[in-house]
Structure formats: structure tokens, C-alpha cells
Design a protein around this ligand. Structure first.
Ligand code: SER
Length: 306
């Protein structure tokens, strides 16, 4: 059985669908902190901090593989640093320990562009570089990466990870990140024809269409163990753009669309992150290749949301 923790989130909801289509709907157990509707396979309400219940579920369902997608994202964790740290770290340890104790065989855990900081080279950010995150979320992801590598090297745990860029999809809404504007803008463009952006013009960030992100996740999990040379987390580049560029792309479909700017506290977070990412290690190790550019993504987003 494959277990997905945080199945109601932006990544979780799409990943469960894809994994169920691939392996059969009864082979993927979805869990979330709240009841989820429209489940077409096994589901359990689970607070991932409830270690005992998580252990019980792993045993009862004979879980072999875990996708650990539980986290407070960058903006939300800034509002509740203590809980952000607790949730992001404790749940990771629970899952890594299950693998260390041979109760599960394989783990996926996402990291993020948030591990980088103001002293990281911003353009084409290398795999190995300065990591000085300024957010609680980024600090937790960086610490998590170090622990993943530690468990892999010292205990032989098969843990695999990707530093997701901002993720954009039409099936679900993101929950409390700095890159959320790039999803919201499509919804507002269709609803109102205008969008007030919480990031300033010229703020370049690496983004990725959800189709690509889910495919990358599954490809990394399916590649043979010896291909996974990086056990902290792989850079993944995606598309790099600023708000005015996605606005221009939307205008090609909705000519009257207008964007305005009202930056808030998230501007500072965005400015501490890379503008673009070098993901050549993912290409070399497990053959990663991007499919969606901004034009293709925008067309798909507007078609599916419209
Ligand atoms: N999209 C995330 C955020 O903005 C980054 O991992 O918090």
C-alpha cells in the first residue's frame, strides 16, 4: 500500500489521483487532518503529529511507501513559527524513523526553493550553494534535507526529495505560500478581469505547472535506487517569471485583463528566494525534463478553470 500524508493539499490531491490511476485506487491510502470529500479509494482522517495513529495505520494497511506532504507553507508558518517548526519537523522524523526501523521501504518528502536565502546566487541557482533561509518554513526544509541525507547515509533509508518551485494547478488551491499569487491570478482573471498582486512587478520566481511537478515526483520515486545520488533534495527549475509576465500571457487570452500591485510581507520572502534554478543534476541522475512552458501552462489553466 502507498500512503499519502496531507492528501487534501495542493500537491496531495493531484498526486493521489495520479497514483490511484497508476496503481489501482485501492492501493493508495489517502490521509488528511480533515475529512475529504470525493475520495474514490481508502481514506483515513489523520493528524500526522499523532505518531501512534500513524504507526497503527502503517501496520494495519501494510504500507510500504510514504509520500509525506504535510507542512505549514512559508507565509502561514511566519504567522505561527513554533507550530510551523513542530509540524514540519516532528512529522518528518516519525516517517524517517518508520523507514529506519524497516516498517516502510521508501519515502518521498518535498523540500522547496525556500531553503535558499538572500546570499544565495539568485540566477540559475546551483544544486550546491549557500543556503541561508530567512523563513521558518525554509529553515525547517533545510534542516529536513540534512536529516534526510543523514538517514540515507547512516541508516540506509531510501528517502527521495525535490525542492519544489512555486506550484501552479487548476485542481486545487495552494495553502499559504509566497508563490500562491501565480494560481490566484488565473482565478481572478476569469472571475473579475482584474488582479491585485501581493508581490511587486519584477519579482522573478521559479514556478512549475502541477502536471510537471507530479510527473517529476513519480519519476524520481520510480527510478532505480542507484540513480538517486542526491539524498538531501534535488533542485527543480521549471519556469521563471515575474507577475507582469504571467499577466501579459493571460492578456493574450483575456485582452481586458488588468493587474495592479499591492505588495505585503510576502514580498520580502520572495526577494530572498532564487529567480531561476539550475536543475541539471535531476536531468543527469534520473532524466528530468520539463514539458510545460508559460504559454502552454496558461492555455491549460484558463481552459480548465473557464
Ligand atoms: N510554494 C511554497 C511557498 O510559497 C514554496 O515552497 O511557501
Amino acid at each position: 500500500m502507498i500512503l499519502v500524508l496531507g492528501a487534501g493539499g495542493q500537491v496531495g490531491s493531484e498526486l493521489v489521483e495520479k497514483l490511484r490511476a497508476k496503481h489501482g485506487r485501492n492501493k493508495v491510502l489517502a490521509t488528511d487532518v480533515r475529512e475529504l470529500e470525493n475520495q474514490n479509494g481508502p481514506f483515513e482522517v489523520l493528524n500526522a503529529l499523532d505518531k501512534e495513529k500513524l504507526h497503527d495505520i502503517v501496520e494495519r494497511y501494510k504500507v510500504e511507501e510514504v509520500y509525506h506532504l504535510v507542512a505549514l507553507l512559508s507565509a502561514t508558518a511566519e504567522k505561527n513559527p513554533e507550530f510551523g517548526w513542530k509540524l514540519n519537523m516532528e512529522t518528518l522524523f516519525t516517517v524517517l524513523d518508520l523507514a529506519k526501523d524497516k516498517k516502510i521501504k521508501k519515502v518521498f518528502w518535498p523540500s522547496s526553493i525556500a531553503v535558499f536565502g538572500p546570499n544565495t546566487p539568485r540566477q540559475n541557482t546551483p544544486q550546491q550553494t549557500i543556503t541561508d533561509p530567512t523563513t521558518v518554513y525554509g529553515i525547517s526544509k533545510l534542516a529536513g534535507e540534512r536529516w534526510c541525507e543523514y538517514y540515507a547515509k547512516n541508516y540506509g533509508v531510501d528517502v527521495r526529495s525535490i525542492r519544489y518551485p512555486g506550484l501552479i494547478g487548476y485542481k486545487s488551491l495552494p495553502g499559504g505560500g509566497t508563490t500562491d499569487y501565480a494560481v490566484d491570478i488565473y482565478h481572478k482573471a476569469l472571475e473579475n478581469g482584474t488582479y491585485e498582486c501581493f508581490l511587486q512587478k519584477g519579482t522573478y520566481l521559479p514556478m512549475m505547472y502541477m502536471e510537471d511537478a507530479i510527473r517529476a515526483t513519480i519519476e524520481l520515486m520510480e527510478t532505480s535506487e542507484e540513480n538517486v545520488k542526491i539524498r538531501s533534495s534535488y533542485n527543480l527549475g521549471g519556469i521563471s517569471f515575474a507577475p507582469e509576465e504571467v499577466a501579459r500571457e493571460i492578456k493574450n487570452h483575456i485582452p481586458q485583463f488588468e493587474i495592479s500591485y499591492a505588495p505585503d510581507f510576502r514580498q520580502k520572502i520572495a526577494e530572498s528566494w532564487p529567480a531561476s534554478i539550475d536543475d541539471s543534476a535531476a536531468f543527469e541522475d534520473w532524466g528530468w525534463k520539463l514539458e510545460y512552458d508559460m504559454a502552454k501552462m496558461t492555455e491549460d489553466m484558463l481552459k480548465n478553470l473557464g
